[in-house]
Design a protein around this ligand. Structure first.
Ligand SMILES: Nc1nc2c(c(=O)[nH]1)N[C@H]1C(S)=C(S)[C@@H](COP(=O)(O)OP(=O)(O)OC[C@H]3O[C@@H](n4cnc5c(=O)[nH]c(N)nc54)[C@H](O)[C@@H]3O)O[C@H]1N2
Ligand SMILES: Nc1nc2c(c(=O)[nH]1)N[C@H]1C(S)=C(S)[C@@H](COP(=O)(O)OP(=O)(O)OC[C@H]3O[C@@H](n4cnc5c(=O)[nH]c(N)nc54)[C@H](O)[C@@H]3O)O[C@H]1N2
Ligand code: SF4
Ligand SMILES: [Mo]
Length: 776
């Protein structure tokens, strides 16, 4: 068991220095080596750092940013190293740990403390009314789940969640199992993440994925990075931006925060980056109010249309006529024939975005000067009530000048988890289209359920209402990652059985149904050799490249199983000996799974051969490859999106909940957020000094955050106020601590994504330190 100290709330004592203006450089390199050494030791650490992101090695378990074709010997970033260290650790949680810690005790611990204990090493069972988890055999665990599932009135009373680290092969088997059982209840982390991107892109261009490759970024004239903090969350994207910059691209950044990574990048792979000044990335920084992006892209679109009145080349008329639908209505909506409305529209945009008119005009000039434009975005755009219209408007912005389906241009939603995109491709979605279900049914000779299943928010509501009784999670940390913590935890506690397939201990193991199971899984870094024959899995990155991943260190315990073996064992126990799917064979030879995927999922022809090619292969993308738009109209769709933006009201601010530099979602690596100058603590709220003055919030003082919603207030106690140069009217604080403030019913239209980036909060006097997990 680990020697990590018990979490002492006194450790969460934020200490604040000036924010940085550059990212990476030497401190990041030193930190990478230090964290891997500390967690994994030299014997495991060396192969881990040697193999991460190398062809023949394993895919970094961090984010979904792609690897370049030509690999550098150290093709990882500081946060990739932290992700590797977290999983590749030699610390282990053994049975004596669970003898020493009752579940109520674990529920009092912070997420940070839980994660620091080490890898889970054997299956555990929390019996009804028991106080402690106890070891259980794999067979007994599967039998227990089978009995609970058999007891349900309908398979739809079970839900099967997925977090985005699951390999293609495991994900494919998992959705097959759920559908053979008879349910489409396949909520996933994507429901809280890029669902808004998927919804908007599927409607407008016919495929819910980004349309660019790394080469497109390198060739772009203008890259707009909106609502994304790559310096922390996709650090090697900075390398790509630097390369684009050196090739002549200009970069505009749209963000309420001046994030260090987008300012200056000190590339650790170059001497200039390590010892020199680094590269200035952002040419134009637009400090936007939270939720102002629809207004920004709307006014840009209006101005482009206006420019076209005098210079027809301002829009790509050929592309619009040949490849798009809905342009006339779009142009009318933007007052293409109403120059008199321009001043009012601009004033409205300035008001909603907080960006001065002169800066909007500078961006317009950059747009009109650029032949090839890429727009990159992440959670700053997707987690708002109007996220889907915002992204539709971004697509319209690109369509206007023909910026989709040619080199150097396109949409780039930057994905979060390392295989979240692949999981979707494999069928992890509660609403898979009929053509997928048809192919799945034909291949495995059954009739998959057709009714749409539950997404993440739907699952929480169904657990709350007693409609879902068994909750099964393939990875993730459901109760900490989802909104409305109190409501979600109550819903989880109402289940008959909760099961978590996990690598590390987390809050969701301490907030359980009447009975609970923890099933310890192998991760990316672990060698996976079922029956003594080493296997590899495949993943798909944010740009649709599928490639192999092979673990590099021996598993810490024979008690762990691969996710594939877990699904196969479960499926056999639940579906019985007569089930015709050869689950046992799949679990021994992953080529057999890939053969089936090839027959069900388009784009995987010759999968087993192409997965073995170093660097993998690219999935087809009709808009990118041939300007073919498989939408309802058969063309790329312009859409009409009435301008809206969130308003906080007097005495309130709009709170966005975001990631520190020292976390991966609910996994807390440490208590620092180096680039933002925050150290030794996470319960901080960043407030613009002028807002702080107006609200009487002194820097260094503590307060409660209270969110307001139609069903009442929600409170997060004891946050230290930090005066910080965020946009006026906005505040920022870390998740998961602030998830308690996100109302369950506050979701994006169409995508149902929680609105984690725009929560109306007021500030109240400090009610004192929270206990237990609320500390995180
Ligand atoms: N190290 C590390 N890497 C990660 C993760 C992690 O937790 N840690 N998480 C992974 C996952 S699952 C995901 S989805 C991605 C998330 O990657 P990001 O989306 O970069 O993550 P967030 O921290 O949520 O940051 C959102 C950014 O959007 C800005 N923003 C907030 N509201 C608005 C707005 O209304 N408009 C605009 N224009 N900007 C806004 C914030 O200031 C912030 O810079 O990262 C992935 N990679
Ligand atoms: N307020 C607020 N809430 C948010 C967000 C936000 O910006 N603000 N972001 C949302 C986003 S973008 C996302 S993606 C979700 C993330 O939601 P989740 O994906 O549910 O959460 P994670 O923290 O990534 O899950 C971490 C856990 O996964 C397990 N794990 C790690 N690797 C593996 C593996 O290889 N196999 C298995 N079986 N288990 C593994 C470990 O036990 C670890 O504790 O959170 C969302 N929640
Ligand atoms: S950019 Fe993302 S995938 Fe690449 S090494 Fe860093 S965390 Fe890992
Ligand atoms: Mo995400």
């Amino acid at each position: 068991m680990s020697k990590a100290p018990e979490h002492d709330p006194a450790q969460d004592r934020p200490d604040v220095r000036s924010p940085r203006h550059h990212a990476v450089g030497l401190p990041a390199v030193a930190n990478s080596i230090r964290v891997v050494g500390a967690q994994a030791g030299a014997k495991r650490g060396l192969p881990l750092l040697r193999d991460v992101n190398q062809t023949g090695g394993f895919d970094c378990p961090g984010c979904a940013w792609p690897e370049p074709g030509h690999r550098h010997p150290a093709e990882f970033c500081e946060n990739g190293a932290k992700a590797v260290a977290e999983e590749g650790t030699r610390r282990r949680v053994d049975p004596d740990f669970f003898t020493a810690h009752a579940v109520t005790d674990l529920a009092e611990k912070s997420g940070y403390w839980l994660g620091q204990q080490g890898r889970l090493t054997q299956p555990l069972h929390l019996a009804e009314h028991a106080t402690h988890y106890e070891p259980i055999t794999w067979d007994d665990a599967f039998a227990l789940i089978a009995a609970e599932l058999a007891d349900l009135d309908t398979p739809d009373a079970a839900a099967f969640y997925t977090s985005g680290r699951t390999s293609n092969e495991a994900a494919f088997l998992y959705q097959l199992f759920a559908r053979r059982l008879g349910t489409n209840n396949l909520p996933d982390c994507s429901n809280m993440c890029h669902e808004s991107s998927g919804s908007a892109l599927a409607e407008t261009i016919g495929i819910g994925k980004g349309s660019v490759t790394l080469d497109d970024l390198y060739q772009a004239d203008l890259i707009i990075v909106a609502g994304q903090n790559p310096g922390t969350n996709h650090p090697r994207m900075l390398t790509a931006l630097e390369k684009a910059k050196h090739a002549g691209a200009r970069i505009a950044t749209v963000n309420p925060l001046p994030e260090a990574g987008m300012q200056r990048f000190k590339n650790p792979q170059t001497a200039r980056g390590l010892a020199g000044r680094g590269t200035d990335l952002t040419d134009l920084f637009l400090q936007i109010k939270v939720g102002g992006d629809l207004a920004l892209f709307s006014i840009l679109n209006r101005m482009i249309l206006r420019a076209a009145a005098t210079d027809p080349a301002a829009v790509d008329r050929d592309f619009i006529d040949t490849h798009t639908h809905g342009f006339a209505a779009f142009a009318a909506h933007h007052g293409a024939d109403d120059p008199d409305g321009d001043a009012a529209a601009l004033a409205d945009a300035v008001e909603r975005t907080g960006i001065p008119a002169a800066e909007i005009e500078r961006l317009l000039a950059m747009v009109l000067a650029a032949d090839k434009i890429v727009v990159c975005w992440a959670m700053g755009l997707t987690q708002h009530q109007h996220a889907v219209p915002t992204i539709r408007e971004v697509v319209a912005f690109l369509l206007l000048r023909g910026n989709i389906g040619r080199p150097g241009a396109g949409v780039c939603p930057v994905r979060g988890h390392s295989n979240v995109q692949g999981d979707r491709t494999m069928g992890i979605w509660e609403r898979m289209p009929d053509r997928f279900l048809d192919a799945l049914g034909t291949e495995f000779d059954f009739a998959p359920p057709r009714d749409h299943g539950l997404d993440t928010v739907g699952t929480i509501r169904a657990m709350r209402d007693g409609r879902v009784r068994v909750f099964f999670a393939m990875g993730g940390n459901f109760v900490a990652a989802t909104p409305d913590t109190a409501a979600t935890e109550a819903a989880m506690r109402g289940c008959r059985l909760t099961v978590h397939v996990s690598t590390k201990l987390n809050r969701s193991h301490a907030v359980t149904g009447a009975r609970a199971l923890i099933l310890p899984a192998l991760g990316r870094t672990d060698v996976d050799a079922p029956g003594g024959r080493e296997q590899f899995v495949t993943v798909e990155d944010s740009m649709g490249i599928v490639h192999a991943s092979r673990g590099s260190v021996p598993p810490l315990s024979p008690g762990m199983r691969s996710e594939i073996a877990i699904v196969a064992g479960l499926a056999r126990a639940v579906l019985g000996p007569d089930d015709t799917v050869p689950w046992e064979e799949f679990a021994l030879d992953y080529d057999l799974i890939r053969d089936r995927i090839e027959r069900v999922v388009p784009g995987f022809a010759d999968y087993n051969a192409r997965a073995r090619v170093p660097g993998g292969f690219s999935l087809p993308h009709a808009p990118r490859d041939g300007r073919v738009f498989p939408t309802a109209t058969g063309k790329a769709n312009f859409t009409v999106n009435p301008v809206t933006s969130p308003e906080a009201g007097p005495g309130r601010l709009l709170l966005q909940t975001l990631r520190s530099h020292d976390q991966f979602n609910t996994t807390i690596y440490g208590l620092d957020d180096r680039y933002r100058g925050i150290h030794h603590g996470r319960r901080v709220v960043l407030v613009n000094p002028e807002d702080a003055a107006a609200l009487g919030l002194a820097d260094g003082a503590f307060c409660d955050l209270v969110s307001e919603w139609s069903d009442g207030d929600r409170r997060a106690p004891h946050f230290r106020i930090v005066h910080y140069p965020t946009a006026r009217g906005c505040a920022a604080a870390y998740f998961p601590e602030t998830n308690v403030l996100v109302p369950l019913d506050s979701v994006a239209e169409t995508s149902n994504t929680p609105t984690s980036k725009s929560i109306v909060v007021r500030f109240e006097p400090d009610s004192g330190e929270p206990g237990g997990a609320a500390r995180s």
